[in-house]
Design a binder for this molecule. Structure first.
Ligand code: ADP
Ligand code: MG
Length: 629
């Protein structure tokens, strides 16, 4: 067939529909957003910078690129009259396939999250967009149309163009372009003509893109607008506090100041520049530029990994920042780099430095350290649980509330300093909630002795305990299980129920509660409380029970032993109630269920209401008429 043999001189224009999600995003960007539109420039410059970074990385191992001599730079031009803005870079560029793939679909997770956010709540879009990276498409906030012309660095690749107006479709065409890289031409909307102004653009660059590592030229000027300093490579003396904070904000888009920063410039044991931050909040938030944990890893100023996770232990993954080492071999791939011995050494220096900073903070600025602890304490607890080699170095950083100081965060060292002369163990109690845990009957004895007990109420605490069995030779003991020798002080001199009567009472409890408990017995450690639930011998300890509960393993509320307080007035009076009456049964059931409740084990607390009401009625003197139903 003649047609099949025809060699096309020029590829025909192809039209592609945008995906549904992309259309939605475009729609919002075009029609709903009028404030903070300037961030489109930040997004385009960040893409250009990414493309330049990738090219520089490529050139390390590959000399066979188009225009190897071209300066790695970004150039911006405007035509005020025509409302045109042009941003051109000499980065990797895109082939036809890549341009369709990259600009035709909404790949960016930030943009997807943005869409979700706008769907969920009636979020104030104009508030969010300024802090939100929505990527390339943000150009449609200001553009009537956009043409992207690109030529890949791959030798032999042909230039290609992409054109869209923000409607349903985009067009891809072959193009003429001699040089390597990408050119974004923007026809500005009538109401966005302000962006065809060199001074305005320079101001925006200073605000959002000062630390981009490549020169950005505006107009015909020979001097780049941005400083393009790698401030992590500067000496500590030459960087101001404000610069440190600014850099953090441009790196993360966090608008809060970081909690602390540390700058490492060293030649031994490895050559290393690092600029590390602890954010003010643990929640990165949907607006963060950083989409994953990890540090930016450079070698000789060349970005080799955007989110490197091998330089910090899991439990310090909240740390943000940049690491750069001359010692890293440039010809290794991102994949093999993690296994090098050098990486292990870098990790040691970096995590050591962070731990040292935290220790100093804990010592010198208690208040700030508490802020840190509230945000990031859970990470350190996780470290104790999962990283046995680090656990001991984390112990001094742990903070606890206690029964004696429920409002204050104490360190283990402080607890030990306050221990009673005879005390040989560190006591803790686990529970669900900081307030109700203070009413636990397990605390009765310890409170009466004035003994301090750590209050562990976070899910992570139970995991932490697996890696914290001892602190400086002192064992940690759960008060629910601790052995005690003497009676609580407050019950001394108080009369106990006679043995024979107490045995009768115990029998009555067993009869009423049946299978619900494994045993009923007297307790020698209760003072304020009527009863407590204890674990039968050989049961999983309460911390592990919790761990199982949180891991969602097959978990049933374990049957417990009900211990009764032989000196308690309620039990004394209960003896006087007619054993055949419903009232005694009701009270026994209520005592048991109240004990379940304080353990955080009651499956349905509101089910107690009818019973409580009947008991109240009885107390008010209508006892004769009550029934159990
Ligand atoms: P992100 O930058 O988060 O990946 P964007 O929406 O900003 O998302 O960009 C989408 C993709 O388009 C980029 O990942 C990149 O592959 C490609 N791209 C955009 N701008 C350029 C450019 N100037 N040079 C090369 N590729 C680019
Ligand atoms: Mg981008």
């Amino acid at each position: 067939m003649a047609d099949a043999n025809r060699t096309p001189t020029k590829e025909e224009t192809q039209s592609y529909p945008f995906k549904a999600e992309t259309k939605q995003l475009l729609n919002i960007l075009i029609h709903s957003l009028y404030k903070d539109r300037e961030v489109f420039l930040r997004e385009l410059l960040s893409n250009a910078s990414d493309a330049l970074n990738r090219l520089r990385f490529e050139m390390v191992t590959n000399q066979d690129v188009l225009d190897p001599k071209a300066e790695l730079a970004i150039r911006i031009k405007v035509d005020k009259e025509a409302h045109m803005l042009i941003i051109q870079d000499t980065g990797v560029g895109m082939t036809k396939e890549e341009i369709v793939e990259n600009l035709g679909t909404i790949a960016q997770s930030g943009a997807r999250k943005f869409l979700e956010a706008t769907r969920e709540k009636s979020a104030d879009l104009t508030q969010v967009i300024g802090q939100f990276g929505v990527g390339f498409y943000s150009v449609f906030m200001v553009a009537e149309w956009v043409r992207v012309t690109s030529r890949s660095y791959k030798p032999g690749a042909k230039a290609v163009s992409w054109y869209a107006t923000g409607e349903d479709k985009y067009q891809v065409d072959s193009a003429e372009m001699a040089e390597r890289g990408t050119k974004v031409e923007i026809k500005l909307k009538e109401d966005a003509a302000e962006f065809a102004d060199e001074q305005r653009l320079k101001n925006i660059i200073h605000k959002h893109s000062e630390y981009i590592g490549f020169p950005i030229y505006v107009g015909e000027e020979e001097q780049p607008v941005n400083k393009q300093t790698s401030i992590w490579r500067m000496s500590k003396q030459s960087v101001s506090e404000d610069q440190y904070k600014d850099f953090y904000k441009q790196l993360t888009l966090d608008f809060e100041d970081p909690l602390l920063h540390t700058h490492i410039v060293t030649d031994a044991p490895v050559q290393l520049y690092a600029l590390l931050y602890i954010p003010g909040k643990s929640d990165r938030g949907i607006f963060s530029l950083r989409r994953e944990d990890g540090l930016k890893l450079y070698s000789r100023n060349i970005l080799i990994d955007e989110y490197n996770k091998d330089l910090l232990p899991e439990h310090l993954r909240f740390v943000q920042g940049v690491v750069d080492s001359e010692d890293l071999p440039l010809n290794v791939s991102r994949e093999t780099i993690q296994s090098t011995a050098l990486m292990a050494r870098l990790k040691k220096v970096i995590s050591g430095q962070i731990m040292k900073e935290l220790e100093t903070l804990a010592k010198n600025d208690t208040e700030k350290y508490q802020t840190f602890w509230k945000e990031f304490g859970v990470y350190l607890k996780q470290g104790v649980a999962t990283s046995p080699t680090d656990a001991e170095s984390i112990y001094p950083l742990l903070r606890f509330k206690t029964n004696l100081q429920p409002e204050v965060w104490s360190s283990l060292e402080e607890y030990v300093g306050r221990m009673q002369p005879k005390q040989k163990e560190i006591y803790f109690i686990v529970g669900d909630d900081p307030k109700s845990i203070l009413r636990s009957p397990h605390l009765d004895y310890f409170e009466s002795q004035g003994t301090e007990v750590l209050l562990l109420t976070e899910p992570m605490d139970s995991f932490m305990l697996m890696g914290l069995r001892k602190y400086k030779d002192l064992e940690l003991k759960n008060v629910a299980q601790a052995e005690i020798s003497d009676k609580p002080k407050e019950t001394e001199g108080q009369e106990q129920i006679a043995d024979a009567d107490f045995s009768k009472l115990i029998e009555r409890f067993k009869q009423v509660l049946g299978e619900r408990v494994t045993d009923v017995r007297a307790s020698n450690r209760l003072s304020q409380s009527v009863a407590r639930l204890a674990d039968p011998d050989g049961a999983l300890n309460p911390e592990l029970q919790r761990v199982y509960k949180y891991l969602g393993k097959e978990y049933e509320v374990p049957k417990k032993v009900l211990e009764l307080n032989p000196s308690h007035v309620i039990l004394k009076k209960l003896l006087d109630v007619d054993p055949a009456s419903d009232l005694q049964t009701l009270i026994i059931e209520q005592i048991y269920e109240s004990a379940l409740l304080v353990e955080g084990l009651h499956p349905d607390p509101s089910s107690m209401t009818p019973r409580v009401q009947k008991i109240i009625e009885a107390a008010l003197g209508s006892g004769k008429t009550i029934s159990r139903e």
